[in-house]
Ligand binder design. Structure first.
Ligand code: ZN
Length: 467
């Protein structure tokens, strides 16, 4: 009998524990997916379960995001799994955005204040309400983009999720001086299409960068920053790289243009030959532009060093005959030392730091730390004429940023076709192909093979090529 009770208790505990464990692994997966898209440059906060009596579903404090696991289980028990997934993505990406944006007051804290209400007179109503609402929209925008890039259109669940939060914690739906529930829902609803458009534009820009269409890529990235005010280190690094690379590839200065720069994007893509002949003065201008953008990215990260920053500074010093101001002892990695000696004309010394075998995989390894995989996937990149025909007749949807058209998009089956104009007026046709199967190889760095580029997301691989 005692054994029976033990067994019964064990089974009962198991039945209670299994859904919790399932929820736990879902939360961890979503958290990792979102953080991966945010990039390695931010210090990833820790994720921990909230203790005590939570006033809200999550909060962040000193590099830790806390969430109420009982509330998440409540969602699991009362809603379908798709809604729960998007809600968790919304909750975690929203807190991550507050943390990355260094907001020091979140809606969750203010909702807690709302419950005790004694602190509600600290700042005068409208100002505080507007300030809180601004921070909430900013966190919704950044969080929405983080999760969209991780494959979750989290804002689609925002209204249902916010209502669930207000009900569960019995928060007042309106309180003077605080954004109301309706304000919050309105913000999230308005951001849905903005997030969709920025995410599409960003992905097009990244694909174009890898395909060597740097002018078009830079122009889209600049539109995103200028028109939407969405500025993350990833976008800024990407833009700075792109400007730097196209500048060093376009100069006729053989010593500069023929060096294999330690960069994420293959330089070959930039050496299309069509834009050579960049004058030194213009080259310095472009390098300064790249440097300013890179410094901007580093300041958001609370960082002051990067391989790219040093690369740009060394070339600027070289062009200004200022190499004596660069201290070899301060160059921390061999790739930078190699550039340094190379520009000083000490070829043998440079090459010693840079074995020929490394030159090939160099683009991929130096910055990302990833080795180029040995086996490569077979990429056949001919979209059949029937498919192109179907795509041509599919209804089109504009990808817009602040009313400005970035591209026209047509979709058919697993294919998307983007028509866009590069800044010099040439029409580009970019094809995106989605494969919903596990990639053969799993690498963080996109693969560029035969004029196409392959990205791996979660369990999908996405291939882009120019038609
Ligand atoms: Zn918030």
């Amino acid at each position: 009998m005692r054994n029976f009770i033990r067994l019964f208790t064990f089974i009962a505990l198991l039945i209670v524990a299994i859904p919790c464990l399932k929820a736990q692994s879902m939360i961890d997966n979503i958290w990792n997916d979102i953080n991966r898209t945010v990039g390695i440059s931010y210090l990833q906060p820790r994720l921990e379960v909230m203790h005590g009596e939570p006033n809200g579903p999550a909060l962040f404090r000193k590099g830790v995001v806390y969430y109420d696991s009982i509330f998440v289980n409540h969602l699991v028990e009362n809603h379908d799994s798709e809604f729960v997934k998007l809600s968790v993505a919304y909750l975690l990406s929203h807190e991550l955005a507050h943390s990355n944006l260094r907001h020091n007051d979140t809606h969750l804290k203010s909702m807690a204040y709302a419950k005790t209400s004694s602190k509600s007179a600290v700042i005068s109503g409208e100002t505080r309400r507007d300030d809180l609402l601004f921070k909430e929209s900013e966190a919704d925008l950044y969080g929405g983009l983080y999760s969209a890039q991780a494959g979750y259109y989290a804002l689609d669940a925002a209204e249902g999720f916010l209502r669930a939060v207000y009900d569960y914690y019995q928060l007042p739906k309106e309180l003077p001086g605080y954004p109301s529930l309706n304000d919050r829902i309105e913000v999230a609803e308005n951001l849905k299409s903005i997030v969709w458009n920025i995410n599409e534009s960003y992905q097009i820009a990244v694909a174009l960068a890898y395909l060597g269409e740097h002018n078009a890529s830079q122009s889209i990235l600049k539109s995103i920053i200028r028109e939407s005010d969405f500025k993350t280190p990833e976008i800024l690094h990407m833009l700075s790289y792109s400007i730097f690379l196209s500048a060093v590839a376009e100069t006729d200065d053989y010593i500069i243009s023929n060096w294999q720069w330690p960069v994420k994007i293959s330089l070959d893509a930039y050496k299309t030959g069509k834009d050579r002949g960049l004058k030194t003065e213009l080259l310095i201008d472009r390098l300064n532009e790249a440097l300013i953008i890179e410094l901007d990215a580093l300041s958001i990260e609370d960082n002051d060093e990067s391989n790219l920053r040093s690369s740009i500074e060394i070339v600027i010093a070289y062009l200004n005959n200022d190499m004596e101001n660069i201290q070899a002892s301060q160059l921390k990695d061999d790739s930078l030392l190699a550039i340094y000696w190379h520009l000083l004309g000490k070829k043998r010394r440079a090459l010693k730091l840079f074995p020929t075998s490394e030159l090939i995989s160099h683009n991929y390894t130096l910055l990302t730390g990833n080795l180029l995989p040995k086996q490569t996937e077979f990429l056949d990149q001919n979209v059949s004429s029937e498919l192109l025909f179907e795509l041509g007749f599919a209804s089109s949807k504009n990808v817009l940023i602040n009313g400005k058209r970035i591209a026209k998009k047509r979709s058919f089956q697993n294919y998307d076709l983007y028509e866009l104009k590069s800044p010099n007026g040439v029409t580009l046709t970019l094809i995106k192909e989605l494969n919903e199967k596990k990639p053969i190889i799993n690498v963080k760095t996109p693969l560029t093979i035969n004029n196409s580029v392959l990205f791996h997301y979660n369990s999908n691989s996405i291939k882009y090529y120019l038609q």
